[in-house]
Design a binder for this molecule. Structure first.
Ligand SMILES: Nc1ncnc2c1ncn2[C@@H]1O[C@H](COP(=O)(O)OP(=O)(O)OP(=O)(O)O)[C@@H](O)[C@H]1O
Length: 235
């Protein structure tokens, strides 16, 4: 469903990603791990089209999207929860969700003035905040909003960049439960950037580890006890 092939990308003069290949199959949960600064967010931004590929390709559902703009990729069915959430702080919670609906492939849903209740049933707390400004929510509530905003367009692939980073433990548990329930439903594939080995072990089907902008290890759940995994992840 998602295929990244021999990707090279970077910022200005500096090349960050070199020869990166990664695939996600339908319904699969693929986890991307690695220490801080190795290039995980850079890879995610390249997949979303926020950063241009200098070499290599990104294809999604059989179509080459390497040169497609972020909005087009979203409409094709890639939902994104960026690191740091990036909710619109001046807009209300309701308006933030409406922005997510703009990426829905069904034009009737895009035009709809109401948020379909089933679209946010995984986040029952959100309707109580509809009139509040996004910027007035706590970090954990903002993360739930960013998650719901990405899910509302019913994406085929959800890209989550460290969704539990810097969030209070009770909301971390809630977010992990949502990821598990999406996995169990099997309709939406997930590419998850996550530091907690215990958590990725409990949800992931396939695992990639990055170091200095390249993939240095990949494997399935039964291979996670490989000593190389700890070597690449410990500081
Ligand atoms: N906008 C930018 N301009 C220039 N360099 C950048 C930019 N964003 C990231 N970098 C650099 O690219 C490298 C990879 O950063 P990236 O954020 O992709 O790492 P990461 O693995 O996601 O780390 P973290 O877990 O800390 O977010 C780092 O050296 C970083 O300083």
């Amino acid at each position: 469903m998602l295929s990244v092939q021999r990707l090279e990308a970077g910022y200005g003069e500096s090349v960050i990603l070199r020869d990166v290949s990664l695939t996600v199959e339908p319904g699969q949960v693929v986890c991307l791990m690695g220490r801080n600064g190795v290039g995980k967010s850079t890879l995610v931004k390249s997949i979303m089209g926020l950063l241009k590929a200098r070499k290599g390709s990104v294809s999604f559902k059989g179509a080459d999207v390497t040169k497609r703009a972020p909005g087009e990729r979203a409409k094709k069915g890639i939902g994104y929860v960026p690191q740091g959430r990036e909710i619109f702080s001046q807009l209300t919670v309701y308006e933030n969700l409406r922005v997510g609906l703009e990426a829905h492939p069904d034009s009737a849903k895009r035009r709809s003035k109401t948020i379909p209740p089933e679209a946010i049933e995984k986040f029952p707390i959100l309707p109580t905040f509809y009139k509040r400004r996004g910027g007035d929510l706590s970090g954990g509530q903002q993360q739930q909003l960013a998650f719901a905003r990405a899910l509302i367009s019913e994406p085929d692939l959800l890209v989550l960049d460290e969704p539990t980073e810097g969030i209070q433990p009770s909301i971390v548990d809630a977010i992990q439960d949502v990821i598990r329930s999406i996995r169990d439903e099997g309709k939406t594939a997930i590419l998850l950037v996550e530091q907690s080995l215990d958590f990725v072990r409990s949800v992931g089907d396939r695992f990639y580890i990055m170091e200095k902008g390249t993939i240095v290890w990949q494997g399935g759940r039964e291979e996670l006890d490989d000593p190389a995994v700890m070597k690449h992840l410990t500081i």
